[in-house]
Design a protein around this ligand. Structure first.
Ligand code: PSV
Ligand code: MN
Length: 424
């Protein structure tokens, strides 16, 4: 299913007058907004191929309807999102869940929806059918060199697959760790991981980046071999200029100050990519901004400050991706909500009066500093995000149009009631 341009235009026509009133009000309050609109239009958040179906928990999985069963259908789903919101112009694949059998055709299909391929993700956290050696006790950190070699070879294969699609980054997330004290020699596990990552790094094309994703817990209960940003940064520094840390919002202990982590990684020039989601307990993979929208804003506040301090292009110098799973909501509606929350937090961060904030900081005016941040956070920027969508030919109200067009019903008719997407 594709969304026709005319359907979007008709929908926008209906909402235009009210929308204009809101934008006029904000531009009278704030002043010229053209630079902000340009930034919002440019900003694209990749959708991971594994977020398009219903995820489960270890207790069960309640599949949805009309889920994409093939890579082509997953691309079509991201195409639908991008048509609706104009901000989902990239897809991130997980190999071997999504092996592109005919890369040229797949690339053409994606570009027919205006999509490019974001970072590719390797998977050494599950054993695949027919695989010679098991990852039960880890992959890149494994005590057995043959297992490490198998995992390195898989990552090199993923780079090859990604290269054929035009991807420019490999994300490595390891489930490696230990569940009991004494199970692992921490130092040697880390050294073996570095050694394996060096072998992968050596196979990286010169215009590629390697993202080292960390996670404080899960699936292991006692230690994770790349558990936090310090360990990820250590690896990225040792690997070289093409290696970076990747921050996934769900991978920290509760109450971690993620905005501070982001600020320091940016200071070091080592923040490479981002996985957005929200959580209450752990890596809950909930809709971005569903639980802690103020934290999302504070993170964007540091991102904008840090990227500007280093002269980085907000849209292209870092890899932006959603990493979520959907147990209850329709995955596509949920992804629309995540992108909206991300764009809102970004727009609010762009509105922070940086000069005034610096002055307040220099004067130890803590009250004023909070007022400045919260003035931006409490601005209802939804009309500005909608205006950016209008300017990129997308819908003023993406979820409204998704419902009006009964997209899920159409997909269910096309694909069936009981389809299951590959992924976790
Ligand atoms: C692990 O929890 C993670 O965040 C990594 O990014 C994986 O690649 C992704 O989830 C999908 O399992
Ligand atoms: Mn992730």
């Amino acid at each position: 299913m594709r969304i026709e341009k005319e359907s979007i235009e008709r929908h926008n026509e209906q909402h235009l007058a009210k929308h204009r009133r809101h934008v006029d009000f904000l531009s009278q309050e704030i002043g010229s907004l053209d630079a902000l609109f340009d930034k919002l239009v440019q900003f694209q958040v990749a959708v991971p191929s594994w977020a398009l179906g219903t995820g489960g928990t270890r207790f069960g999985r309640f599949s949805g309807r009309g889920e994409p069963g093939t890579l082509e259908q997953k691309i079509a789903d991201v195409g639908l999102l991008h048509a609706l919101n104009g901000s989902s112009g990239a897809i991130s694949l997980h190999i071997p869940w999504d092996i592109p059998e005919q890369p040229t055709k797949i690339k053409e299909l994606a570009s027919s929806y205006g999509l490019r391929f974001d970072a590719v993700n390797s998977n050494t956290f599950q054993d695949q059918p027919g695989q010679a050696l098991s990852y039960k006790f880890g992959s890149l950190h494994h005590v057995d060199a043959a297992v490490r070699e198998q995992a390195v070879a898989h990552n090199l294969e993923v780079i090859k697959q990604g290269d054929a699609l035009g991807s420019k980054a490999l994300t490595v997330w390891l489930a490696d760790g230990s569940s009991f004290p004494g199970q692992l020699n921490f130092r040697e596990a880390f050294e073996r991981t570095l050694d394996s990552l060096q072998a992968i790094y050596a196979g990286l094309p010169s215009d590629w980046k390697l993202f080292v994703e960390y996670k404080a817990f899960e699936p292991h209960f006692y230690s994770m071999t790349i558990a936090d940003w310090g360990q990820s940064l250590l690896l990225a520094n040792k690997l070289g200029p093409q290696a970076f840390s990747l921050v996934d919002l769900g991978h920290h202990h509760p109450n971690a100050n993620i905005e501070q982590i982001v600020a320091l990684l940016l200071m070091e020039g080592k923040l490479g990519g981002f996985h957005f989601n929200d959580s209450k307990y752990a890596d809950d993979d909930l809709t971005a901004g569903a639980i802690k929208p103020y934290q999302l804003f504070l993170i964007f506040n540091e991102l904008v400050e840090g990227m500007d301090a280093r002269g980085l292009d907000h849209a292209t110098d870092l890899g932006w991706m959603i990493d979520a799973s959907h147990n209850l909501k329709d995955p596509l509606a949920d992804l629309l909500q995540s992108v909206e929350a991300i764009m809102i937090a970004y727009a609010q961060a762009l509105l922070v009066d940086r000069q005034a904030l610096r002055a307040a900081q220099a004067a130890h005016d803590v009250v004023r500093a909070q007022e400045i941040l919260q003035a931006a956070y409490r601005t209802d920027v939804r009309p500005l995000v909608a205006e950016a969508r209008l300017r990129s030919g997308a819908a003023l109200n993406p979820i409204g149009l998704y419902d009006e067009l009964a997209v899920r019903e159409a997909l269910t008719k096309e694909r069936g009631e009981h389809t299951v997407a590959t992924g976790l």
